[in-house]
Ligand binder design. Structure first.
Ligand code: ADP
Length: 308
């Protein structure tokens, strides 16, 4: 078992009477790219701000690299990319990184060396002033700044949400490239971004983690959707109608197809179903599919399952 870079236990936070975080537990293993997923307003930023020591908690413990996080002080070894990073528009990227290095007490020579490497990593030159940068370029400079101190943990708040597809891809590529050097947690409501680069994911819902873990494990655990293909369209239609409980009462069984069966030509797709029961239903109705496939669940299927 590897160690956890970030550990959150029993976290609570309300704003007035609005309970936003309600007993949240989760852990980010070292070396992972962790997707922190939730709909807008679910409390992702609130959680991250508490992990950064920027917001007081109402209860619970947050540890980063084994050290307890205290309000008012960001833990050592943490880099942060806010959702909309702010810069001095009149500065050039290197000048800005030099200023950040100076503020954090890094030796000048180290900042020059590391700054050059980082601007290269994020694909920014040093000719233009930040004021003329696109959103994507600002975000990339934000990542360079967050990585300047060689953090063990990089916390990114919705790094791709405001970007066009090209800008999103650039950010995701950069985050994927730093894997192995730093652990990354990024919040998002864009599931395809998680699918693209994350190895683990946590779904935040109702102030708690509703589902979390390595993506491969979650996929295995949620292998409960099936695709059946029939030679005849009529057989497919008959099978789909069985599952929907419109045939004889023997087939009115929610566990066969709790999400209902979807019919498309001679193919039937059933979600959240029990394979053995499907086979029993097929036998009883004397229907033989020409293909019977267990489907790999998408993140969207899992997330929608959580939101129900
Ligand atoms: P997310 O990042 O998932 O979109 P947030 O953490 O920004 O969600 O917000 C979660 C909820 O907390 C929202 O309903 C938001 O309006 C509320 N909230 C966040 N910050 C404050 C604040 N400083 N005062 C009052 N309500 C807040």
């Amino acid at each position: 078992m590897g160690t956890n870079v970030l550990e959150i236990n029993g976290l609570y936070k309300s704003f007035g009477t609005h309970k936003v975080i309600d007993g949240l537990d989760f852990a980010v293993p070292e070396g992972s790219i962790y997707g922190f997923v939730g709909v807008n307003g679910s409390g992702k930023t609130t959680t991250m701000k508490m992990a950064l020591g920027l917001l007081e908690t109402d209860g619970g413990v947050i540890n980063i690299c084994g050290e307890r996080v205290c309000y008012g002080k960001t833990a050592e070894g943490v880099g942060y990319l806010p959702d909309v990073p702010e810069f001095y528009p009149y500065m050039r990227p290197m000048e800005y990184l030099m200023l950040c290095g100076e503020i954090s007490g890094m030796p000048k020579s180290r900042v020059t060396e590391r700054g050059g490497e980082l601007l290269n990593l994020v694909g920014l030159g040093d000719r233009r002033k930040i004021g003329g940068f696109s959103r994507g370029m600002r975000q990339r400079l934000g990542i360079a700044q967050a990585l300047l101190g060689e953090p063990k943990l990089l916390i990114c708040d919705e790094p791709t949400s405001a970007l066009d597809p090209m800008g999103r891809k650039e950010i995701l590529d950069i985050l994927a490239a730093v894997k192995g050097r730093t652990t990354v947690i990024f919040s998002t409501h864009i599931l395809s971004d998680v699918e693209r680069i994350c190895d683990s994911v946590a779904f935040l819902h109702g102030g708690k983690i509703a589902l979390s873990g390595p993506l491969t494990e979650l996929r295995k655990r949620h292998m409960d959707s099936y695709k059946l293909e029939f030679a005849e369209r009529a057989d497919a239609a008959k099978f789909a109608s069985l599952d929907l409980g419109r045939a004889s009462p023997a087939y009115v069984d929610e566990s066969i197809a709790s999400d209902g069966a979807e019919l498309d030509g001679n193919v039937v797709t059933i979600k959240n179903a029990d394979g053995a029961r499907i086979i029993a239903a097929l036998a009883e109705a004397r229907l033989t599919p020409i293909k019977f496939e267990l489907l790999e669940p998408s993140l969207e299927d899992m997330f929608l399952g959580v939101l129900k």
